[in-house]
Design a protein around this ligand. Structure first.
Ligand code: GYE
Length: 328
């Protein structure tokens, strides 16, 4: 007996077949599309291996979390960052994140973001504003603690070498930036109770390798063999300073105690080679926390005001052979 199939049933079957074929062709699942999240991120520049690693990590994590990233690099200029944030507002991004080059000068542009209803996340560095509540949170290192770790190491080193006086030169990061201020403060608060410690000069190296070299040349010209210790606020400046110390006829790591911050691969290699004595870690891998915080904010959740990554230090007091590749 023949089965009779109505015209409607044939049409339905054809439609179903077509939709299966089309879905197969497009490769897409039959789930409703999630609205895309757009994150505007203003990076402050490319001054160091730390910064380059930080940018790369944020790009990679945005991709893995399926967040569309509008990335702008301000090339070390605050006015470029302000202009980028204004573009993000005009573009109506969902969330704005930025790494402020300095702490002051953000009130106006952040008020504009607030009025546009766009939440702002601080990445890496902090700001000082007259108006409260212009940002949601800060994802970045505890720079004060980094300064404390550097100071504590120097005290231990002075003990082990039985030094009765330690003349220190400090090469600082970008003036008025959070890491510069806090790394200096944490270090000073730690060493100032120790009467052996004396900072003979503090000089601004702007977190740059070339400036680190220039500063070191100047310091060597002025103080030469009187320098017992160099406290440098980042690896880049330290790596600029090391060849200058060698060219002046001193052995970094033995004639002078060298302390650096960041913990990038090149500095760790110099630590292993005995040219640096202590490197305080500052991780640039903030992308995962940034993406997770962005998603939380978009879902209407609350976030912690300050999110610090866990950090440590590496020094000539340790077995350094086990340090895994740093990735920046
Ligand atoms: O230490 C330095 C970079 O803000 C923590 O900026 C960052 C600092 C980092 O250029 O290398």
């Amino acid at each position: 007996m023949k089965r009779r199939i109505g015209k409607y049933a044939v049409l339905m079957a054809l439609c179903m077949l077509m939709s299966v074929v089309l879905a197969g062709c497009s490769g897409k699942k039959e789930t409703p599309a999630e609205p895309e999240i757009l994150l505007g991120f203003s990076q402050l520049g490319s001054e160091s291996a730390w910064r380059i690693g930080n940018t790369r990590d944020i790009e990679e994590k945005a991709e893995s979390y399926d967040i569309s990233l509008m990335l702008e690099n301000a090339n070390q200029k605050q006015e470029n960052q302000i202009a980028a944030i204004r573009r993000f507002i005009a573009y109506q991004v969902d969330v704005i994140a930025f790494s402020p080059i300095v702490e002051e000068g953000w009130d106006n542009v952040l008020l504009e973001a607030k009025n546009a209803g766009i939440p702002v996340i601080l990445v890496d560095r902090d700001i000082n504003t007259e108006t409260e509540g212009l940002t949601t949170c800060l994802i970045g290192a505890d720079f004060y603690k980094e300064g404390v770790m550097a100071g504590e190491y120097l005290i231990r080193k002075a003990d082990s070498l039985e030094l009765d006086h330690v003349k220190i030169v400090e090469i600082t990061g970008t003036e008025d930036s959070t890491p510069m201020r806090q790394r200096q403060l944490g270090f000073m608060d730690t060493i100032s109770a120790d009467s052996r410690m004396e900072v003979i000069e503090s000089i601004n190296g702007d977190f740059l390798k070339s400036r680190g070299a220039e500063c070191m040349r100047e310091l060597l010209d002025k103080y030469g063999p009187d320098i017992d210790a160099v406290y440098s606020h980042n690896d880049e400046m330290t790596l600029g300073a090391l060849p200058e110390i060698e060219n002046a006829g001193y052995v970094p790591g033995s004639d002078m105690i060298i302390i650096s911050i960041d913990g990038g691969q090149e500095a760790i290699d110099a630590l292993k080679a005995g040219k640096i004595n202590c490197v305080v870690e500052c991780t640039p891998m903030l992308g995962k926390t940034l993406m997770e915080t962005t998603l939380k904010l978009m879902a209407g959740g609350s976030v912690n005001k300050v999110i610090h990554p866990a950090e440590t230090y590496f020094s000539d007091e340790m077995d350094l052979s086990a340090i895994p590749p740093r990735g920046y």
